[in-house]
Design a protein around this ligand. Structure first.
Ligand SMILES: [Zn+2]
Length: 300
């Protein structure tokens, strides 16, 4: 265990005691995003990730990908709470970093796009082997991995007034839910129940099949294409708000019942977002921790 991991292990041990409900991709969404990413790491990046993870997860990044949701309400991590999402102007259906990336007090860069830039930049110091104690590299890895999931959940880049669909109460088939939660978890759970015998591994296999030699295989190179990190991250957020408008909010009023039609048409979109999040997380980790000398232009 390196010095960075030590404090984290204590925190993680405590985190397992209280797991407050949180918005964010569900456990399943984050886990799959990280499993996809870890399988696509080159050997050097894979080793760096293993070194950064605490021993008790046996090298499994996905085991800690929900950790940022578990600690966001703790005093020590309360500052990270606005980093899970972006509020955009109601009905604008667009994302503009300088307009939208701030917390509710107007503090700049406090949104999921700013957080991805920040933690990527921190992690880029790992390979230099500097003993820069300003940064906790393990936490940077976990935050980056988590936020790459969040930014791909379309309703995490949603409208301000309805808090990304959180205040739009509705029914999902027969039970009460809200629009944000439908995209965080309900669609995934219904898919697991109806098609995958409640087995996340089977769903993950299907998603992997789609991008290795299936319907998305021609698209993967464009997903991971990135010359400049800041503009790539902005693109991920723009994609999300566009999907939120076109598919998330469309035809949804408070009190509505969403069922088969909504599920059938949205499920493939959501699975693709999980795949994109994973492929792009691997792209970033390979560039900052891996063999590639391509590097990544990151803000300092
Ligand atoms: Zn989150």
């Amino acid at each position: 265990m390196d010095r960075y991991s030590f404090g984290l292990v204590l925190v993680l041990a405590l985190a397992s005691i209280t797991v407050p409900s949180a918005h964010g991709w569900s456990k399943e969404g984050h886990t799959m995003t990280c499993q996809i990413a870890q399988a696509l790491l080159d050997s050097e990046a894979a080793e760096a990730v293993r070194n950064l993870l605490p021993d008790y997860v046996n090298g499994d990044l996905s085991a800690l990908c929900v950790w940022p949701d578990q600690v966001r309400h703790w005093y020590r991590y309360r500052w990270t709470s606005p980093l899970h999402f972006i509020d955009t102007p109601d009905q604008a259906c667009s994302f503009d970093y300088s307009r939208d990336c701030h917390d509710q007090h107007g503090l700049e860069n406090m949104c999921v796009a700013g957080a991805i830039q920040n933690f990527t930049s921190q992690l880029s110091h790992y390979r230099e082997g500097t003993s820069d104690r300003r940064y906790n590299m393990t936490e940077a890895l976990l935050f980056l991995s988590h936020f790459m999931g969040d930014i791909h959940q379309p309703l995490h880049v949603g409208f301000t007034t309805d808090e990304g669909g959180n205040t739009i109460n509705l029914r999902w088939f027969r039970h009460k839910s809200n629009l944000h939660h439908v995209w965080d978890r309900e669609i995934i759970l219904t898919a697991l129940k109806d098609y995958y015998e409640k087995n996340t591994d089977l769903l993950l296999q299907d998603i992997k099949g789609n991008y290795t030699d299936g319907v998305w295989s021609d698209d993967v190179s464009s997903w991971e294409h990135c010359d400049d990190l800041a503009s790539c991250i902005n693109k991920f957020a723009v994609e999300s708000i566009n999907i939120a408008c076109k598919w998330g909010y469309k035809d949804v009023e408070p009190g509505v019942t969403l069922a088969d039609d909504y599920f059938d048409s949205r499920m493939p979109i959501l699975m693709k977002r999980i795949a994109q999040g994973g492929v792009r997380l691997a792209m970033i980790l390979n560039r900052v921790l891996g063999e590639s000398d391509e590097g990544l232009a990151t803000p300092t």
